[in-house]
Design a protein around this ligand. Structure first.
Ligand code: SF4
Length: 440
């Protein structure tokens, strides 16, 4: 006989969604749902969705089609959709997929327990209202802190930047920062539960604290977090280049616990395209910040995002993006072909470049970056890196950890090393991973 109800949860998109999914799991546990990896065994299927790219949205509808057939065999199955697609689509989602029971927006996860309980009694419900003050953060339960070496901690949400291509300000709302005292309290609890590394999370994390007179700015918050005993490594993401202050750059030389890695999305190397994207910086300004970062922390690893084929991008503008890669020396890049999102400013722009041409540009960019990443990984051979061991590797035959620069590293060692930062000599640099040996 089945002992407990089962939740099957799929998460799409960014780390904010991953973090929200941790909260969803904790909430569902509170009303008796365990986890299953098999949707056919589930009593409740939840999708935490992303609408950054058109394909991600199509994937959600594709997945829902699959779950429809499971529901036809199990009519008591509850299906819910949350996250950015849910926020954007709202009522439309219930019309397009009438077998869906629940739609919850990005600010409504705290309502999920009562929504699911209602669905168990046969109710259908949509909640997509925004909560535009700090109460948004107070509505969540403490997440499950039983396990894990490394955890995300949300410090702010939303975005006021309105990059012309981006749906985030429309589906996540305005920027709101969480109180520093509550952030530190959560991190203390995580440290007490054995967590060693925290990643401070926000859509535009380095504008943390803006507007709150009694709260620290982001560098101030980093210093407070660095004082928490038990936390050995701090990361943050995602940084907008425009809001990367010199004070924040110098934190990389002043705060030992701050990992030497920054994700700093440039999106394009062309000033004309950056302007059309409403990014608020020029190529020169971006490169100045990169130079400052390297000066403050010579071992820093920089990763980024590039959008290829933005409306108006010609071969010359694309060539400027390619040279930007050379000048920055990215450790890794997330790169995509531009896809217009309805409701954004850029969706109205004329776009005469064929998709096939954009795809070719993306291939060229990705091949170039692949070569640089491999070169970087090989250049680390022989160096000693401080690796935070996260646990067993995905294949289970060795340990997996990350260097301060965020390079995934395989190493042999006892499972008891999990959670420890240890010196590791790099012996091999592969395309996506390093291999190392523990120094005793
Ligand atoms: S900074 Fe721009 S790309 Fe990033 S979330 Fe805000 S609007 Fe979107």
């Amino acid at each position: 006989m089945k002992q407990e109800k089962m939740l099957y949860l799929e998460t799409f998109g960014c780390q904010m969604n991953v973090s929200d999914s941790e909260k969803i799991v904790a909430l569902m546990k509170g009303i008796g749902y365990g986890r299953t990896e098999d949707p056919r065994q589930a009593d409740l299927i939840l999708l935490n969705t992303c609408s950054i790219r058109a394909k991600a949205e199509q994937r959600v509808y594709g997945h829902l089609g699959k779950f429809k057939s499971i529901k036809s065999r199990n009519p008591r199955l509850i299906i819910g959709v949350g996250g950015c697609v849910a926020q954007q689509e709202g009522e439309r989602l219930l019309q397009k997929a009438p077998f869906v029971n629940l739609v919850f927006g990005t600010h409504n996860i705290h309502l999920l327990q009562e929504m699911v309980s209602g669905a168990e009694r046969g109710e259908r419900r949509i909640e997509t209202d925004f909560i535009d003050d700090e109460k948004r953060f107070d509505l969540f339960p403490a997440t499950d802190v039983e396990a894990g070496v490394t955890r995300f901690v949300t410090v702010m949400q939303g975005c006021d930047n309105f990059c012309s291509y981006c749906i985030v300000p429309h589906v996540r709302g305005r920027e709101i920062s969480r109180s520093a005292a509550k952030i530190v309290e959560e991190i203390r609890a995580l440290a007490a539960a054995g967590v060693t590394e925290v990643t401070l999370l926000g859509q535009n994390v380095n504008s943390y604290g803006r507007g709150g007179a009694d709260e620290p700015d982001f560098p101030g918050l980093l210093r407070m977090v660095a004082e928490v005993d038990g936390i050995e490594r701090i990361r943050f993401t995602t940084s907008h280049p425009k809001d990367l202050s010199d004070t924040l750059v110098y934190c990389f030389s002043q705060i030992n616990k701050l990992a030497p890695h920054i994700h700093l999305p440039a999106q394009s190397g062309s000033d004309r395209i950056l302007k059309a994207m409403n990014r608020g910086y020029t190529r020169t300004e971006y490169l100045r910040k990169v130079a400052l970062l390297k000066q403050a922390c010579p071992e820093i690893q920089i990763t980024g995002d590039i959008i290829v084929g933005f409306p108006g991008e010609d071969e010359a503008a694309f060539a400027e993006t390619l040279t930007l890669l050379d000048e920055v020396g990215y450790a890794d890049l997330f790169s995509f072909v531009y896809s217009p999102r309805p409701g954004t400013q850029a969706a109205e722009l004329e776009d005469s470049t064929e998709y096939a041409v954009k795809q070719q540009r993306l291939d060229r960019l990705q091949q170039k970056q692949k070569r640089s990443t491999l070169e970087l990984n090989r250049s680390l051979v022989g160096t000693v890196q401080q690796v935070l061991v996260e646990g067993a590797s995905s294949t289970g035959d060795c340990l997996f950890g990350r260097t301060g620069g965020n390079r995934g590293t395989l190493l042999d060692g006892a499972p008891s090393l999990a959670g420890k930062v240890i010196p590791v000599r790099i012996v091999e640099g592969l395309q996506t991973l390093l291999k190392g040996e523990v120094l005793h």
